[in-house]
Design a protein around this ligand. Structure first.
Ligand SMILES: [Ca+2]
Ligand SMILES: [Ca+2]
Ligand SMILES: [Ca+2]
Length: 325
């Protein structure tokens, strides 16, 4: 590199064969080069001038400047982790929905690094480790980072049924550990950790139907004394298991209700006779199991996600109920 003489920096051994005044009329060239095998920045300076059109040069003056050792280091931070429950099915977070991580990777060393990418070290749902490799996204991009530079990567993970339903409603049950990588040799990396919660979304759906077991008076219409079999299919459409599932069916249009059929208040045996409740599993749970340890009542103990149970009540229409319409 060549510069005006005001840029001249003296090192050691800066002798010249001509006066400083002569040099002031000319330029000073400083040659700088770095050797990868050396920890020094090698400098060789030569002074040059003219005297009556004839070149005058000095000897070489060397001043090797020690350079800072190369340090390859990446810092990682989890900038954000966003669940999208609307990808698959309802708005609650469940199977097929996504968890998008935004990972910041910073070059904390003093040399440019290439092939930089975030790396998922571990992802657990309610303590169960997910063995999938990196989530889909920009992790495969080959990125170069200058010292001090940060790049954010977005990676999208798709939840399995087991991921979603084992962790839903459990505080900080989703845990991730992140690091990063770069090409061209070892890199110092400080890992980053984060925990997240899949919000519980308890939800039930009921579908009611009826059929006449005894149809007196007007056919196909309820008369006092008819026997109607009511069926209620109750489905868990949320993302968490539900306990003590039962049906409350209020007959009559006024506030007092002429009759309330409440399966949780039933103390008799299950069956299909008049005045009896019956109950059975209709659909297995998508995750976990439907469980009803206590079979002696008309309350279903635990309905798993996606599971359905059918309640049946065999009812003789009362005069009061008929009058209340
Ligand atoms: Ca969903
Ligand atoms: Ca009838
Ligand atoms: Ca029960």
């Amino acid at each position: 590199m060549c510069a005006g003489n005001d840029m001249f920096h003296s090192g050691s051994g800066g002798k010249t064969s001509k006066s400083v005044a002569a040099m002031a009329l000319s330029t000073v060239c400083v040659v700088a080069m770095a050797s990868p095998a050396s920890a020094d920045l090698i400098n060789k300076a030569v002074a040059a001038a003219l005297f009556n059109g004839v070149a005058v040069t000095s000897q070489e003056s060397t001043a090797n400047v020690p350079i800072t050792p190369a340090r390859r280091a990446l810092g990682v931070s989890v900038v954000a982790a966003d669940f999208d429950g609307g990808v698959d099915g309802g708005p609650e977070v469940g199977a097929g929905d996504t968890l998008a991580f935004t990972i910041g990777v910073t070059n904390q060393g003093n040399v440019t690094l290439s092939g930089v990418a975030p790396k998922l070290e571990a992802l657990t749902f309610a303590g169960r480790r997910q063995e999938q490799s990196n989530p889909a996204g920009e992790a495969d991009a080959t990125v170069a980072l200058a010292p001090g530079e940060t790049r954010e990567f977005r990676l999208v993970y798709t939840l399995s049924a087991e991921d979603a339903y084992s962790a839903a409603g459990v505080e900080n049950a989703v845990a991730s550990v992140w690091s990063a990588s770069a090409s061209g040799g070892p890199v110092e990396i400080a890992q980053a950790e984060r925990t997240d919660t899949i919000a519980a979304a308890p939800a039930l759906e009921i579908s009611k139907s009826y059929a006449f077991a005894e149809d007196n008076g007007t056919q196909g219409s309820a008369d006092a004394g008819d026997i109607i079999v009511y069926s209620y299919i109750v489905r868990n459409v949320g993302n968490v298991a539900l306990s003590d599932v039962h049906v409350v069916d209020r007959h009559g249009s006024d506030e007092a209700h002429a009759l309330t059929l409440d399966s949780s208040a039933y103390a008799g045996a299950l069956g299909n006779g008049e005045g009896q409740w019956d109950m059975s599993e209709t659909t297995p749970a998508k995750f976990g199991a439907n469980e009803d340890a206590n079979g002696g009542d008309a309350v279903f103990g635990k309905l798993g996600v996606g599971g359905a149970v059918t309640f049946i009540y065999t009812h003789r229409v009362t005069q009061e109920e008929f009058d209340a319409q």
